[in-house]
Design a protein around this ligand. Structure first.
Ligand SMILES: [Zn+2]
Length: 222
């Protein structure tokens, strides 16, 4: 998808005032134009900060439709920055059998249920070959989880984060809650500690948070 603000100058008379108004409008349109890769405004484009990581463990991210165009979504960084990551738009109110059928064998669900086993405690022989993560606020992620019983049948794995989330713009309900990208990177670091480049992905994430924080007063953020 290419999201570019429509050009506003439409010709007409050459009166100076009109010309400068057109120029101002064109400048505003340029400022609003979005990068077609990360979907962020060009002034906040994060693409140059992203270096691709050649992860071995496949990632499927189930994304609630309401998160799809959220300016602060971290899933775009995961999609652009990981060679093996796929995003599926997964609505709680729709049948998701097709999505289920695309989940490969050996997959586990990254979800903090009481039955989940901490990834750090699993021997390498029990490491999942594929991870399914649910993106969205806790509320929306739980809606997806509750709606699709096939998710309950996947082995559940969890993280035990030791640091507060860098995702300071959107309020997390608990201090230990991580943004989707942070959770995926933390899991991959446990599963494949030899893979280089994860620091770079989190740096891109920090860049995104910093650039966005420059636009959004923290107290006004959701
Ligand atoms: Zn970009």
């Amino acid at each position: 998808m290419v999201a570019v603000a429509a050009a506003v100058a439409t010709g007409g008379d050459n009166i100076d005032g009109r010309a400068s108004a057109d120029r101002r409008s064109a400048d505003a349109a340029t400022a609003r134009a979005s990068c077609y890769r990360c979907f962020k405004p060009r002034v906040a484009c994060i693409c140059s900060a992203i270096r691709r990581v050649d992860n071995r463990t496949g990632i499927t991210i189930l994304q609630h439709p309401r998160e799809r165009f959220h300016a602060l979504g971290t899933v775009r960084i995961a999609r652009l920055g990981l060679t093996r990551a796929r995003v599926e738009w997964c609505a709680p109110w729709e049948d998701a059998a097709a999505i289920r059928d695309r989940i490969p064998a050996g997959a586990a669900l990254l979800y903090p249920s009481p039955a989940a086993r901490a990834l750090t405690t699993l021997p390498a022989s029990e490491h999942p070959r594929h991870l399914v993560a649910i993106d969205g606020t806790w509320f929306l992620a739980k809606k997806i989880y509750d709606a699709h019983s096939w998710l309950h049948r996947l082995p559940h794995v969890s993280l035990t984060p030791t640091r507060p989330s860098a995702y300071r713009i959107r309020r997390e309900p608990q201090p230990h809650c991580l943004a989707t990208l942070e959770a995926i990177v933390d899991a991959l670091r446990i599963l494949e500690p030899d893979t280089p480049g994860f620091d770079g992905l989190l740096a891109a994430f920090d860049t995104m948070v910093d650039r966005q924080a420059a636009f959004v007063p923290l107290r006004a953020a959701v």
